[in-house]
Design a protein around this ligand. Structure first.
Ligand code: NAI
Ligand code: MG
Length: 349
């Protein structure tokens, strides 16, 4: 039997509730498909930060390095600034393990009423995950004076942009063959014209893919008005982040959105996590929607070579949603995290 070593970081808030649900489903799929997940849990979180002064130990990245994948719930806790939780754990993992593709599929499942008029939504946001606007270059000056200032430089490299574009064009080629690039080269006059040039350059290498580009503001409007027309949308770190929350909301709830932080060359472990945060407003109540986490676990299995198991998990989610009697509160139902998870598990035995 194949065994995969998974580092598990449940994190904070509802991360502690949806992570066990997702891994239970992934293990059930493993029993059916002849593989095993060996889970090693790490308590790295904002709670740890409050207790010990850091989100993870100094050798945290070294400890993760040997795993086949990392599964993360969510981090964030009232009282701990969000940039601490993000830059103390998530971003170091994404960068040290060169997880430059952030893959965020979006689907409108049968049985869910979308807040917009739409039927067929099936798209993937590919977000650049290691550079762009999320940069360490910049600083603050003259703190507390009237001339106080802040500068933050966006960083777009030929290597960084090219590799994420190649991934996105390749993915579009395996899907419906259509790519949309998010830009804003009318207002941001250095980095985004460079991005646009590279899109054109990479498009020439992928002649089978139809492509266009949209300014980010217009693209947001189109995602609401006609989400069904998109297949793969590629964007910089910031644009991709915003677009994926928007697209997830258009399909009913941020609670269903999954994501993968991929190191496509597999030199380092990739990391899988729901798009949502730690949701302090509902944490501890057992009502969080586990779909985003379960779907992220399915993406992890796909990455580990178990595509069929992954498909079955997503199909089980779709079946439960289509039946309609078991759904969580964010989707207008009354089921808790556990009840929904059991309904998915019942289809996987
Ligand atoms: P959030 O995603 O935690 O919550 C936004 C809203 O969506 C809340 O009303 C919440 O109840 C609801 N929601 C989220 N996930 C849900 C689920 N699975 N089921 C049902 N409802 C769900 O985003 P927010 O409020 O902006 O951030 C809360 C904390 O999470 C902050 O500390 C933030 O920094 C952190 N965060 C962490 C992320 C991560 O670990 N990757 C990503 C986003 C936020
Ligand atoms: Mg986000």
């Amino acid at each position: 039997m194949t065994t995969h070593d998974i580092a598990v970081i449940p994190g904070d808030g509802i991360g502690l509730e949806v992570t066990p649900a997702a891994l239970e489903v992934a293990r059930a799929a493993g029993r059916r498909h002849g593989f095993e997940l060996r889970l090693t849990e790490f308590d790295w979180s904002c709670e740890r930060y409050l207790r010990e002064g850091s989100m993870m130990p100094a050798d945290g990245l070294e400890r993760l390095r040997g795993f086949d994948a990392v599964f993360l719930g969510a981090v964030g806790f009232p009282g701990v600034p969000d940039h601490v939780s993000l830059w103390g754990l998530l971003i170091p993992i994404r960068r040290a393990f060169r997880q430059y593709v952030n893959l965020r599929p979006v689907r409108l499942f049968d049985g869910i009423e979308a807040p917009v008029r739409a039927t067929d939504i099936d798209l993937v946001v590919v977000r650049e995950n290691t550079e762009g606007e999320y940069s360490e270059i910049g600083g603050r000056m003259n703190r507390g004076f009237p001339d106080e200032m802040a500068v933050q430089e966006a960083v777009f490299t030929r290597t960084g942009v090219t590799r994420v574009l190649d991934y996105a064009f390749g993915l579009a080629g395996r899907r419906r063959g259509y790519l949309t690039s998010a830009t804003k080269s009318n207002g941001i006059v250095h980095t985004l014209p460079f991005w646009d040039e590279l899109v054109q350059e990479r498009a020439a290498e992928h002649p089978g893919v139809r492509w266009d580009q949209e300014h980010i503001d217009a693209l947001c409007a189109k995602l609401v008005l006609e989400p069904g027309r998109f297949d793969v949308i590629v964007g910089s770190n910031l644009f991709g982040d915003i677009l994926s929350d928007l697209a997830a909301a258009v399909t009913g709830s941020i609670g269903i959105a999954p994501s993968a932080n991929l190191n496509p060359e597999r030199e380092y472990p990739s990391m899988f996590e729901p798009v949502h945060g730690s949701a302090p407003d509902i944490a501890g109540q057992g009502v969080a929607n586990p779909i985003g986490a379960i779907w992220s676990a399915a993406m992890m299995l796909d990455h580990l070579g178990h595509g069929e198991a992954a498909e079955q998990i997503v199909a089980a989610i779709a079946t439960v949603l289509a039946k309609g009697d078991v759904r969580t509160r964010d989707l207008g139902g009354t089921a808790g995290t556990d009840e929904f998870t059991q309904a998915v598990l019942a289809l996987l035995v």
